[in-house]
Design a protein around this ligand. Sequence first.
Ligand SMILES: Cc1cc2nc3c(=O)[nH]c(=O)nc-3n(C[C@H](O)[C@H](O)[C@H](O)COP(=O)(O)O)c2cc1C
Length: 231
Amino acid sequence: MNPMDDPAGPQLRPGFWQGLGLPAPATGPDQGLAEADMPADPVDLLQRWLADAVAAGLPEPNAMALATVSGDGRPRVRMVLLKGLEPGGALTFYTNRRSRKAADLAAVPRACLMFPWYAVHRQVIVEATVTPLSTAESEPYFRSRPYGSQLGAWASHQSSVIGSRAELEARYAELAARWPEGSQVPMPDFWGGYRAEPQVIEFWHGRRNRLHDRFRYARLDQGWLLERLAP
Ligand SMILES: Cc1cc2nc3c(=O)[nH]c(=O)nc-3n(C[C@H](O)[C@H](O)[C@H](O)COP(=O)(O)O)c2cc1C
């Protein structure tokens, strides 16, 4: 029986993981991060690690977990795609402004973002304050999306309950009749970007014997404070 179907609850009994044939825990690489590798500006290192994630062929290298908190204090997390890294270090992403995450960000304009690059023994965690991008700032990215994704943004009342998939597809078909391929699809007024301004950025690099390297940058009035953390 699948332990997740166990009437006593989804307990992972001894032996469960062996049954899945999980590999032995990785020992971790010999090389990691040293003080001398750490630039004055963490955005330089984030940019380098993003490029490395792309070069390593990781799936969705720009996908990041976006954690928000609701007005009544409930933590929530989901993946979104990083779409821009501004010179000052702000990370941008795009979504539906009536989604659950948008409601969270309206109530508590802070987020924690995490890049899960475990295949290359790396993780980056960003604590940020978040503000919506203006319509003018959001539009260029909307324009760059494929036609189908532009219609998809209109078709989905993201995070609301729907009766069926057929309903969603019927809405898409209606929109495709309204704006045939080749015509300009306007950006929905309920859609746009957000700018996450990092306050803290932590770089984690796996090492042997769980003696991982962790460096945390905290924003100061001028520049960043850099500290090494115990793993
Ligand atoms: C790899 C990946 C990338 C995603 N990128 C986005 C994105 O950029 N924007 C977005 O609104 N949803 C994206 N999603 C879907 C979200 O995870 C989520 O289901 C959706 O935004 C609704 O979240 P909410 O109900 O918490 O607002 C992505 C999902 C995955 C798995």
